[in-house]
Design a protein around this ligand. Structure first.
Ligand code: SRM
Ligand code: SF4
Length: 525
């Protein structure tokens, strides 16, 4: 640890409770908590340590917990989806699930007394929620069409699973990595379109060929990307290239350096980039190299991210002849139990039982044979979870917001859907526009990667406090990704629709519907 981190006096309150008892210790106490009930539990165990098992106390809905899974590379089976559906189904209207911006699933409505049975069910189908919150490595993202995409350079699935297994001890929990100074995000992409937003991860691997005698495939390494309320940074090149077989070891080395040397004094300054700032990139690279215990190879001059980002909504041919994948749009990622059972059924009847998730909070069903496609397209579920949503709906992303998150300054998901519907009723759009909502400056909904990002804030109208947003623009994804910046502050949510309408007209070629009808160019389309 840094000098600052070694003295107890300088430790922040999170470090103190972690030093008293490691978060993972509560794994052995789940039965006890279940019989005690949430009200009688020790508050630190309930509000913080349970997150090491992916169980989040929700002050907004006390007694109804959220559970965050791990979905390496965003992949699950129909059997696993059915288990998740059964869990939320028992909670009636309180139960639902969300697909997250890290290709993952969160469940809602969970009662503490049900945890032992829920964990047993997870175990039986190979699901884990371990180390998915607090000072742990979050769900590791990978290409959503890995192994399906004819143009991919590398299938990321196995590597992502290996990294998760290393960090979590095959899903059982690994005390080596349960006490990081802060959260840590890892992404790995083997495709050409940067489907994982590599640039916003603490550690990311992007495809790159190293010329030795012949080009050899591997990854250039990026470090230090993160969003927080106080500071947002895109990841920077570490000047390292690794072949696929060294990726797991390099993850370990970077994590060990962060764990042992990252600052534990001020939680607002504990993400990896702060350590890189303190040391400088050269020293950071040298420390990683020491830990890696062999020489690091310098980066390839160019990476292979040279496509615009795809959203995977719709039906596409796979690299396997005669097979297709279908990207279903899930409005703001929210699923009810019935939807989840349906998705599991569709994946089994038409595909191979596999289901994938995207960072845009949508679902992909792979391996649909040409011969089954016609019948698949007639499924009534596709009227709700559509293959061809309207252009604004298609790219809408939203964080959890005030319905369940106590950090939220505004309601997000329901409001996002209502405003998009109203805008689509007014406007004719010729291309999708990526609108991301996030309920507070923590930026879980990634407004900085959006064409138009909306960040919850406190605004004023007629002298009264009202829910409002700061507007971000200029986010670019895929090749040459860059973060958007704040262009307008404090727009009251009730006044937002006309403001968005104007932005869409001015910057994204939208036309008012009336005008669209009389413009010959549009009539012919
Ligand atoms: Fe997040 C904290 C939800 C992706 C930055 N995030 C939270 C908490 C746990 C706060 C809380 O206890 O209520 C939210 C849980 C609300 C709930 O009930 O759902 C929460 N974050 C989410 C999710 C569910 C948003 C979504 O609707 O998809 C995403 C879950 C991802 C996952 O599966 O693990 C989620 N959060 C992100 C991302 C986006 C990403 O990773 O690409 C970010 C910005 C990127 C980053 O971390 O660098 C993000 N979340 C934060 C932060 C700010 C971190 C910081 O360094 O300050 C917090 C607050 C914190 O950690 O102190 C936070
Ligand atoms: Fe909650 Fe804020 Fe994250 Fe939205 S951005 S989920 S409101 S912490």
């Amino acid at each position: 640890m840094t000098d600052a981190a070694t003295t107890t006096a300088s430790l922040n309150k999170f470090e103190k409770f972690k030093a008293e008892k490691d978060g993972l210790a509560i794994k052995a106490e789940i039965e006890k908590f279940a019989s005690l009930g949430w009200e009688a539990m020790d508050e630190t165990d309930r509000d913080h340590r349970l997150k090491w098992m992916g169980v989040f106390f929700r002050p907004v809905t006390p007694g109804k917990f959220m559970m965050r899974l791990r979905m390496p590379n965003g992949i699950l089976t129909s059997e696993q989806m059915r288990v998740l559906a059964e869990v939320v189904q028992r909670y009636g209207d309180d139960g639902s699930a969300d697909i997250t911006t890290r290709q993952n699933i969160q469940l809602r409505g969970i009662r503490i007394e049900d945890l032992p049975e829920i964990f047993q069910k997870f175990h039986a189908v190979g699901l884990t929620s371990v180390q998915s919150g607090m000072d742990n490595v979050r769900n590791i993202t990978g290409d959503p069409v890995a192994g399906l995409d004819a143009d991919e350079l590398f299938d990321t699935r196995e590597l992502v699973q290996q990294i998760q297994d290393m960090i979590t001890n095959n899903g059982e929990g690994n005390p080596e990595f349960t006490n990081l100074p802060r959260k840590f995000n890892i992404a790995i992409t083997g495709g050409r379109d940067n489907s994982v937003h590599a640039e916003i991860n603490d550690l990311a691997f992007v495809p790159a060929f190293k010329e030795v005698e012949n080009p050899i495939f591997g990854f250039n390494v990026l470090v230090g990307g993160f969003f927080s309320a106080k500071r947002c940074e895109a990841a920077i090149p570490l000047n390292v290239w690794v072949p696929p077989e060294d990726v797991v070891a390099l993850c370990r080395s970077v994590l060990e350096v962060f764990r042992d040397r990252g600052s534990r004094a001020n939680r607002q300054k504990s993400r990896l980039m702060w350590l890189i700032d303190e040391w400088g990139l050269e020293k950071f690279r040298a420390e990683v190299e020491k830990q890696f215990s062999k020489s690091l190879i310098s980066a390839a001059p160019e990476d292979e991210i040279n496509w615009e980002k795809r959203d995977h909504i719709g039906v596409y041919k796979q690299k396997q002849p005669g097979l297709n994948y279908a990207g279903l749009h899930i409005p703001v990622g929210r699923l009810c139990a019935e939807d989840m059972f349906e998705i599991a059924r569709l994946a089994e009847v038409y595909g191979s039982g596999e289901i994938r998730l995207t960072v845009e909070q949508n679902i992909i069903i792979p391996n649909i044979a040409d011969s089954r496609l016609g019948t698949f397209l007639t499924e009534p579920t596709l009227n709700k979870l559509t293959l061809n949503p309207a252009p604004l709906t298609r790219s809408l992303v939203s964080c959890t917001g005030a319905q369940f998150c106590n950090f939220a300054l505004i309601e997000t998901k329901n409001r996002a859907l209502a405003i998009i519907k109203a805008l689509e009723a007014e406007l004719e759009l010729t291309r999708p526009v990526r609108i991301h909502w996030t309920g507070c400056p923590n930026s879980c909904g990634q407004p900085q990667v959006a064409d138009i990002g909306l960040m919850g804030t406190k605004a004023r109208k007629n002298g009264k406090p009202v829910e409002g947003v700061d507007i971000y623009m200029g986010g670019k994804v895929g090749k040459e990704a860059q973060l958007g910046t704040c262009v307008t502050k404090g727009i009251p949510c009730e006044d937002l629709q006309p403001v968005l309408q104007e932005l869409l007209i001015q910057h994204f070629g939208a036309k008012p519907k009336q005008e669209a009808l009389v413009t010959p160019e549009f009539v012919t389309k």
